[in-house]
Design a protein around this ligand. Structure first.
Ligand code: M6R
Length: 600
């Protein structure tokens, strides 16, 4: 989703901003822009489309040491040059980039800006016009910004330039992520650390309703009453090479291949010196004290949550409900007496999940966040965090985060079971190791996955994924992967549910990918495959060794039946990847999608 960068120092701001925006491309965007102040005026360059288009439009003769930049994912107003950020105030004195949604922008327009002709359809422009209005009424710039922020309802991360002050970037945030990066004789601003690792790994976190006065030598954090807040910087534990593609054609393929390594890293991260799995006892105690767990997540993380429910209920014997975050706030179920909330989020920034966290915190319930991003909003605001240790996931389509989420949930379930004196009849460390090896074998089966994608999906307009029990959850994920990157209409269904309506969609040649990894439902899913074949479907059965039949298209190695999602998803990820390639789709940056969905 929208990304922000800013730079003030002694170097050419344009290049640092453009490189920063390139690092934010993965978040998803439809237009981009930068603004720099060379002391003689603010120069704005913006374009609909890719950063590469923006680069081509930038006037290289403009040299400036201060600037801000933005990638926009449209919410208010279509993707266009006019609506792309930065936006400027009526006189051109103030220039802003903004991430988030100003919920009351219509009211603010009516109340304050009836006489100001607006240049764009965005909610953002209202903010920069208000700042100018208050300055014109006699306020100092900082005070005018504070007054503006106090009028705003909604979420924002903003960076503002004042044409009359080429030494300062004014920055503020509420609910949307923003960091200030600290350097020697320069400072930077970024939606996430990756954008500015090129120049620093020292960052200061910002809390909601804080602003920062950023000059090249200082970054002074204040609250909205103007009081200074001291905060030490932290070191981003990221290596610039973690965010490069290396020899891979796409991040998605690299991240699929990284999955075995991530599982092995996780085993180490959650093992104590005796080789036993260990989790902060406070977290385990919190789970133990609760009578029901509520998993809240979106998209792929929601699918991991469905698997997590099985793992926790089967191992730790605590009842679990799994909810789509965007529905939960508006349709809260009757809660148990002692609920605990588990937020699963790769980015840790998903606004829908955060809305639930804010709500449940108000009610005083304990919260655990399982995330890939230390220091992310969901991590900071929950009582406890478990990290995924998957390294940066850049492709919009989540792959390694999904399997890491399942592995962490398995570890959590296992450790909690032990704390509850419930015997678990398998050695999870050993079984995760076996799963990692099996993943490696599957990652090596790329040629076969490419063939399957070509054979079944090259020209189809739809595809069904069917499975039963835990396989059904993986089918949901397989279908999501396929639709988000190849744009094929794909649906995941519980095998037994097809005949209650969806089977009407099966036509001659419709591809149906069936998973068969669970012994107790093997015969039932085989029956469902027969039902669709009888109606003309083109079946592709992916089964697990030991359950295979002659007509199966692909057989995955045998692993513990509770952990099969860790490996059965790999062929589905690869099939989606190759289907997208065959259809000439932009695998890493699919249309309309954002990596980090920071608006509700
Ligand atoms: O960062 P999160 O895990 O909270 O993101 C949730 C979803 O937006 C995300 O999983 C999305 O569905 C992915 N693009 C799926 O590949």
């Amino acid at each position: 989703m929208c990304g922000i960068v800013g730079y003030i120092g002694n170097q050419d701001a344009k290049e640092i901003l453009l490189r920063g925006l390139e690092k934010l491309e993965y978040r998803g965007y439809d237009s981009a822009g930068i603004a720099v102040n060379n002391g003689e005026g603010v120069h704005v360059f913006k374009e609909k489309g890719r950063i590469a288009d923006l680069r081509n439009s930038v006037d290289n003769s403009v040299k400036a040491n201060i600037g801000i930049g933005h990638t926009r994912w449209a919410t208010h107003g279509v993707p266009s040059k006019k609506n792309a950020h930065p936006h400027q105030s009526a006189s051109g004195r103030f220039t802003i980039v903004h991430n988030g949604v100003i919920e009351n922008y219509e009211e603010l327009k009516q109340q304050y800006l009836q006489d100001v002709p607006l240049q764009s359809d965005t909610d953002t422009e209202v903010v920069v016009q208000l700042i100018e209005l208050f300055v014109n009424e006699g306020m100092e710039v900082e005070e005018a910004i504070r007054k503006t922020l106090k009028q705003i309802k909604g979420s924002y991360a903003i960076a503002v330039l004042d044409e009359q002050n080429a030494d300062t970037i004014f920055v503020a945030k509420n609910k949307s992520p923003l960091l200030v990066g600290i350097g020697e004789s320069f400072n930077v601003v970024a939606s996430d650390a990756m954008a500015m690792l090129q120049v620093t790994n020292q960052f200061k976190e910002l809390m909601d309703q804080e602003m920062v006065i950023v000059t090249k030598d200082r970054a002074v954090i204040k609250n909205l009453d103007g009081e200074v807040i001291e905060r030490a910087p932290f070191t981003a534990e990221l290596d610039a090479s973690d965010i490069e593609k290396g020899t891979y054609p796409h991040y998605m393929l690299k991240e699929i291949d990284e999955q075995p390594l991530v599982i092995r890293k996780l085993i180490q991260a959650y093992q104590n010196e005796n080789g036993e799995l260990e989790i902060d006892p406070k977290i385990v105690e919190a789970l133990n004290q609760s009578d029901r767990l509520y998993i809240i997540a979106a998209g792929t993380s929601y699918h991991a949550g469905l698997v997590g429910k099985q793992l926790i209920e089967k191992m730790a014997k605590i009842p679990v409900e799994v909810h789509v975050a965007s529905e939960f706030s508006y349709n809260m179920p009757l809660l148990s007496e002692k609920p605990m909330f588990i937020f699963i989020s790769q980015s840790g920034e998903t606004a829908d999940s955060r809305a639930v966290l804010v709500e449940t915190k108000k009610l005083g319930y304990p919260a655990l966040t399982i995330t890939n991003v230390p220091g992310s909003t969901l991590s900071r605001e929950a009582d406890y965090t478990l990290l995924l240790h998957a390294g940066p996931e850049i492709a919009v389509a989540s792959t390694k985060a999904y399997t890491a989420q399942i592995a962490v949930l398995a570890i959590l379930a296992n450790v909690t079971a032990k704390a509850r004196n419930i015997a678990v009849d398998f050695d999870l460390v050993k079984e995760l190791g076996i799963a990692a090896n099996a993943m490696e074998i599957l990652c090596d089966a790329k040629d076969e996955m490419e063939r399957i994608a070509r054979e079944y999906l090259a020209t189809t307009r739809n595809c069904f994924f069917i499975g039963r029990s835990i396989d059904y959850f993986v089918c949901l994920e397989g279908a999501l992967k396929l639709k988000e990157i190849s744009y094929i209409q794909a649906e995941g269904f519980a095998g037994g549910e097809l005949k209650h309506g969806t089977i009407a969609l099966i036509e001659e040649g419709t591809p149906v990918i069936a998973l068969a990894t669970q012994e107790n439902v093997n015969l039932s899913i085989r029956g469902n495959v027969k039902e669709v074949v009888a109606r003309g479907a083109n079946p592709c059965v992916i089964s697990m060794k030991g359950l295979e039949m002659e007509s199966d298209r692909f057989v995955i190695p045998q692993i513990h039946d509770l952990l099969t999602p860790l490996i059965s998803v790999v062929p589905l990820q690869l099939i989606a990847y190759y289907a997208a390639l065959h259809r000439d789709c932009d695998v890493d940056k699919p249309r309309n999608l954002a990596k980090s969905v920071t608006v509700e």
